[in-house]
Design a protein. Structure first.
Length: 310
């Protein structure tokens, strides 16, 4: 009898959990907030908006969906006069804004990586765009009556709409041919404020990448007789090429979702005042698909030219 009782007690005793099991439970507990948040605040709204894109939404007596297949997509491409116009305008602006942001941020990062007096202060100044580009401050600037009034006064009292128009009128005749490269430079100069505001994060990323390059590589190149120009193309640029890819993707996403984006504004206006949730969802998903395709093409193009140092 005693032996039988002992066997029963041994069976009742739980086996100690292994370290792997306890680590797995800890991992699931740590990732549970993210998993729940992802499902509740991202995945479910995405699926709901996808359902709205193929439906008409009626709010009378509750939320009612009526499946209309691709009618919302047909509407935004064939009936809506503004969506395609805004989309083409934003795409065209992207093609000269994104390279300007990358070039500007890389140039500033190289300067800030040099040793000079007041370097910390200058870095802080160039970090200000990150603060100024926050949602609250952007909203304040957009709704600032004084800023809007100044823009209107400048537009009303000046025959030239930008500084590049003054340069053209002074140095270029009306019959002079302005090539695409010069036009690109003029567009970049006109947008220098927007470019500087949008370059804060990119400058930080480039600066962190430049600081990881071993000084011994530059010393070896200098001993071998390489010029500063050759050092830039043979060492600096290849070593930060992976960061160019990261900054380009970040800049594209940031450009397409900024607060003054005409497509985003049109989607919000279609959704909120008009309560056309189906059509606004179709616009949003179309916009998302185009952005995904652009990011895929850019990533494939730049990834082939990225140098990874082992």
């Amino acid at each position: 009898m005693n032996s039988e009782n002992m066997d029963k007690r041994k069976k009742k005793q739980k086996k100690p959990k292994s370290m792997a099991y306890r680590n797995a439970v800890s991992g699931y507990l740590f990732t549970a907030p993210f998993t729940i948040g992802f499902i509740v605040f991202l995945l479910m709204p995405l699926l709901q908006s996808l359902r709205m894109a193929f439906s008409t939404v009626n709010f009378e007596g509750g939320l009612a969906y009526k499946f209309v297949k691709f009618e919302n997509f047909k509407y935004i491409f064939t009936v809506d006069p503004d969506f395609i116009t805004y989309l083409v305008t934003e795409l065209w602006q992207m093609f000269y804004t994104i390279p300007s942001i990358i070039i500007f941020s890389f140039f500033i990062a190289i300067i800030l990586n040099q040793e000079f007096k007041g370097r910390g202060l200058v870095r802080a100044i160039f970090f200000l765009p990150v603060i100024l580009s926050s949602g609250v401050l952007v909203g304040i600037e957009t709704n600032n009556t004084l800023m809007q009034g100044l823009k209107e006064v400048i537009a009303d009292t000046s025959n030239a709409t930008s500084i590049t128009d003054v340069v053209k009128s002074l140095f270029l005749s009306e019959s002079a041919y302005v090539g695409p490269m010069l036009n690109y430079v003029f567009n970049a100069v006109d947008s220098i404020y927007e470019i500087a505001i949008a370059s804060g994060i990119q400058i930080i990323i480039f600066l962190s990448g430049l600081q990881t390059i071993s000084p011994s590589m530059f010393e070896a190149a200098k001993i071998e007789g390489a010029t500063a120009w050759e050092t830039f193309w043979k060492i600096t640029l290849p070593m930060v090429s992976s960061l160019i890819l990261v900054n380009t993707i970040y800049s594209i996403v940031d450009f397409f979702v900024r607060s003054d984006n005409e497509v985003m504004i049109h989607i919000k206006e279609t959704m909120t005042p008009a309560l056309e949730y189906g059509r606004s969802s179709a616009m949003a998903w179309t916009y998302f698909a185009i952005i995904a395709v652009i990011i895929g093409i850019v990533s494939a193009f730049i990834s082939k030219r990225v140098y990874y140092y082992d």
